[in-house]
Design a protein around this ligand. Structure first.
Ligand SMILES: Nc1ncnc2c1ncn2[C@@H]1O[C@H](COP(=O)(O)OP(=O)(O)OP(=O)(O)O)[C@@H](O)[C@H]1O
Ligand SMILES: CC(=O)N[C@H]1[C@@H]2OC[C@@H](O2)[C@@H](O)[C@@H]1O[C@H](C)C(=O)O
Length: 380
């Protein structure tokens, strides 16, 4: 990860060395690994995605359904097995990059979100991938469980990446927005000066992947060939956009347990739309919800920098540009940051912040009562 145009401010010396970030996101498409050096600005040394064993991905998708019948033993075993898979990915990343474990100061592991419901009297967010297993297998100190302290402090526990985006992508020359197009989409608002904000905007690839898999057997709509074969159905789009969550003000966050196939099927009813038309409409839904949220919250935005797998979907990127006329819309690759490894690099950065005793959350984003040092440290 190149660091220009913005050097990281305020990264004190101390916890030098390399940090390894690990995440399996809401698309459940693999374990992203990012080895990050701090010079002191973060620099991506190595990034690679390793497959999550299909039976684990399938179990995550099954158990993350809001109405899934949950077996406590199954969740406990899945926690351990995801921890084992993360440890294997970490060790493979070290081998593939020729990095000795001793050169790594710490691992920052997000794990795999299973459920996320930060609302109500007993808010919670749950990430699987036991960090004890990772620390034990790798011999490297592992920082994990990054979200729950923020939730305990009254915050959403998500999104967490705005702090990292602010550290590496803020510009004194223009008002920017960073758009992560993962399973869920989230925006970070980086005005030239003033408060950083950020929030989830709704579904991105998660719903498109699920619909595509159901109708084509392919895990995702590669290069939007399926979606491009259809056209947007305005009536369905209007029904999807009527979801009250889209109009809620920030702070807000969501997960695949809210925007799942059943949510779509409830709004499709017995409509006889061609599957490709539904795919095109889902793509438009992401573009519409992102554009609406951005124009409402930071209308002066000049540049949108996209990251996450959705930047490789040409239909989605062109629909976003069409709904944001006059704004520059590009991938973070345009400023030298690999869009596929920003989240994993962000968890390497968060681990370093935690070890240095610095808060990792932004209360202006999550709504927490104050800044908090995030995560638990599992010693080497
Ligand atoms: N060439 C492509 N064409 C279309 N879509 C693509 C392409 N490449 C990747 N994608 C999409 O990107 C998704 C993966 O995105 P990403 O890795 O950012 O998800 P994630 O890390 O699970 O997300 P989250 O930020 O929600 O945690 C794939 O499931 C697919 O939908
Ligand atoms: C609870 C959870 O896992 N949320 C994810 C998800 O995927 C994208 C979006 O929803 C974001 O809020 C978050 O991930 C990134 C890493 C974040 O915290 O910024």
């Amino acid at each position: 990860m190149a660091v220009d145009p913005q050097p990281v401010n305020d990264l004190p010396a101390g916890s030098g060395g390399l940090f390894l970030g690990l995440i399996s996101g809401t698309s459940v498409d693999g374990i992203d690994t990012a080895l990050v050096a701090f010079d002191p600005a973060p620099r991506l040394v190595f990034g690679r995605t390793y497959p999550l064993p299909p039976e684990l991905a399938g179990e995550v998708l099954r158990l993350s359904q809001a109405d899934a019948l949950i077996n406590l033993d199954a969740v406990g075993r899945l926690d351990t097995r995801i921890g084992q898979a993360f440890a294997a990915a970490a060790m493979q990343a070290l081998r593939d990059s020729g990095t000795p474990a001793a050169a790594v100061a710490a691992i920052g592991s997000h794990g795999q979100t299973l459920r996320h419901d930060p609302r109500g009297a007993a808010p919670f967010t749950q990430q699987l991938g036991d960090a004890n297993v990772i620390a034990e297998a790798t011999g490297i100190a592992t920082v994990a469980d990054f979200r729950r302290r923020d939730v305990a402090a009254g915050g959403q526990g998500a999104p967490l990446m705005p702090a990292f985006h602010a550290a590496v992508l803020r510009s004194p020359a223009e008002d920017r927005a960073i758009l992560n197009l993962g399973g869920i989409a989230n925006l970070t608002l980086l005005p030239r000066e003033g408060e950083v904000r950020g929030f989830d905007t709704g579904p991105a690839n998660g719903l498109m992947d699920a619909w595509c898999a159901l109708h084509t057997g392919q895990p995702y709509d590669r290069d939007a060939t399926f979606g491009r074969a259809g056209s947007v159905d305005d009536a369905l789009l209007a029904r999807l956009l009527a979801e009250p969550w889209f109009s809620e003000p920030p702070p807000k966050s969501t997960g695949r347990d809210q925007f799942q196939l059943q949510w779509l099927q409830d709004r499709l009813g017995d409509s006889a739309l061609a599957p490709a038309d539904v795919q095109a409409t889902l793509c438009e839904l992401t573009a519409a919800t992102v554009a609406r949220a951005l124009l409402e919250t930071q209308p002066a935005t000049q540049r949108v920098l996209g990251c996450g797998g959705g930047v490789h979907n040409p239909l989605l990127m062109s629909r976003l540009a069409a709904r944001l006329p006059g704004l520059a819309v590009a991938s973070t690759a345009s400023v030298g940051l690999d869009p596929d490894f920003i989240e994993a690099a962000g968890f390497a950065w968060l681990a370093r912040e935690t070890l240095a005793g610095r808060p990792g959350n932004l209360p202006s984003v999550t709504g927490a009562r104050g800044p908090r040092v995030l995560g638990a440290i599992h010693a080497s």
